[in-house]
Every structure is written in structure tokens, then in C-alpha cells.
Design a protein. Structure first.
Length: 259
């Protein structure tokens, strides 16, 4: 099933849905989610999977009044209300993990479980220590070696791509800067609010992630009451892409556990 544009919560957004069963809301990691990504079929085998590109990302509309991650969190809360989703497994990878955390500290009324994979969004180290690698200061080659266990997994031949495919990539990078430039890719108050997350939480981390190290993931999990931390071998910052079978099986096993 291809992506479509749909009006949700007052915003025209890029939308993808497949499968049936308990609802899974998969938040865009900030680089888009390809309709043919194997992880979607794996998850959809046991769930109704909904993927929405955040406002401003991909081909989604950018409302003028949406300027920070807080705004994105409230958008997704409105989306769940509008769709009357209950018992949601909310999955956020990378930037999407930051958004998912901001959602969960506000309300878990419609959320049954939370999965954070290589999530951004908090400050762990000292003020003068960098927790999150500066992707805007990296060359493409450096980004690939930081983000992937196998850099070839993320390599793209931009010169051969059609303009229609290049525009969403450019918009993703622009939106990441808009929402995460200052302070860089985190909310200074988020960590102290993570204790408000009162649903079962699984924190997954690619063992080879050099954008945010596994030690950062341990810190994330430690701040959420009862959160479980697991690593995924042979995966970097986007384990849903490099290890889709392992990623999906961990999520499905977590969904099958008693709340």
C-alpha cells in the first residue's frame, strides 16, 4: 500500500496504514518511512500499523503555528483522539522517539505501551558534554558511519533520484533543523518529566549507534519507571531498517506481555 495524503487533526499529512489487529502508531524517525520498509510488513502481520509523517516532514503540510516538538506531540494526541484509537502501542525511533516521549508525559489515556528506539530528546551528560552527535556538522560519509552498523545500508545515490523523491528528503532535513536546532535535539525539561510515563515501556538500542550511544539509552530507560532496556546487535541508529526482523520480534513480544 502506498502513502497517501489525508486530513487529520486539521493538518494534511502523509499517511500509511496496513494490517489489522491492535493499533500501532509508528512515528516518523525524521528520515521518513518508506512504504516498502520490511519492518512494516513484519509488524502488520499482528497489528494495525499506522505511520504518519510529522507535520513539516516528507510531504506533510507545515502549519505556521507548529514550531517545536511540543506542538508535534499535541498533534499526535489530537490524531489519536480523532481516530478514536485505544490501547495503542506507540513506537518512536530517533527523532520520533523524542516526539513519543513528549506525547507520553502529557497523556497515556489512549496508549497501552511505549517503545522508544535510539530516541533523542533528553540531556544525560554534563553541560559541557555532547550527548547527541551533531548531524548538521557531518559529511554524508560521516553520518553513515555514525548512524549505521553497515554504512552501505543507508547510502543513497542522490544524483540518480527523481526530483519528486528528493524533495521529501530535503524537507526532512529542514524540519529536523526547525524543530531540533536550539537547543540541539533535546528538551531541557523532558528528562525530569519522564517519571510521568505510566505505561509499560521498552527502550531498544542499536548496539552500533554512534549518534546516541547505548549508554545514553540506558540513561533514558533509567528515567522511566519500570522501563526495560534491550540492545539489538548489528544495528545502528535506525534498527528498524538494519534489523527489521529483530526489531519487529522484540516489539511483538513486548505487545504480548501483560500490562
Amino acid at each position: 500500500m502506498a502513502q497517501e495524503l489525508r486530513n487529520v487533526a486539521g493538518v494534511r499529512v502523509e499517511w500509511l496504514e496496513r494490517g489489522s489487529g491492535p493499533p500501532v502508531l509508528f512515528l516518523d524517525p525524521g528520515i521518513g518511512v518508506a512504504p516498502d520498509a520490511p519492518v512494516l510488513d513484519r509488524l502488520a502481520a499482528k497489528a494495525r500499523v499506522i505511520v504518519v509523517s510529522h507535520p513539516g516532514f516528507g510531504r506533510s503540510e507545515q502549519p505556521k503555528d507548529m514550531t517545536n516538538v511540543d506542538d508535534l506531540a499535541y498533534f499526535h494526541l489530537d490524531l489519536m483522539d480523532e481516530l478514536r484509537l485505544d490501547g495503542v502501542t506507540l513506537i518512536g525511533v530517533s527523532f520520533g522517539g523524542w516526539v513519543a516521549s513528549e506525547i507520553a508525559i502529557k497523556s497515556t489515556a489512549r496508549i497501552a505501551r511505549l517503545v522508544l528506539a535510539d530516541a533523542l530528546g533528553i540531556k544525560i551528560g554534563a553541560r559541557d558534554e555532547r550527548d547527541i552527535a551533531d548531524i548538521f556538522a557531518m559529511s554524508e560519509a560521516d553520518f553513515l558511519t555514525h548512524a549505521y552498523a553497515n554504512p552501505e545500508a543507508g547510502r543513497r545515490d542522490y544524483k540518480s533520484m527523481a526530483e519528486a523523491d528528493l524533495v521529501p528528503i530535503a524537507r526532512n532535513r529542514e524540519a529536523l533543523a526547525r524543530y531540533g536546532w536550539q537547543p540541539y535535539m533535546h528538551d531541557p525539561k523532558l528528562k525530569q518529566r519522564l517519571h510521568r510515563i505510566r505505561v509499560p515501556t521498552l527502550v531498544l538500542w542499536g548496539e552500533a549507534d554512534r549518534i546516541v550511544l547505548p549508554s545514553y539509552g540506558h540513561g533514558y530507560a533509567a528515567a522511566i519507571p519500570g522501563a526495560r532496556f534491550e540492545t539489538i546487535p548489528r544495528a545502528g541508529h535506525f534498527p528498524h531498517l538494519e534489523a527489521p526482523d529483530a526489531f519487529a520480534s522484540r516489539v511483538q513480544a513486548f505487545m504480548e506481555t501483560a500490562p
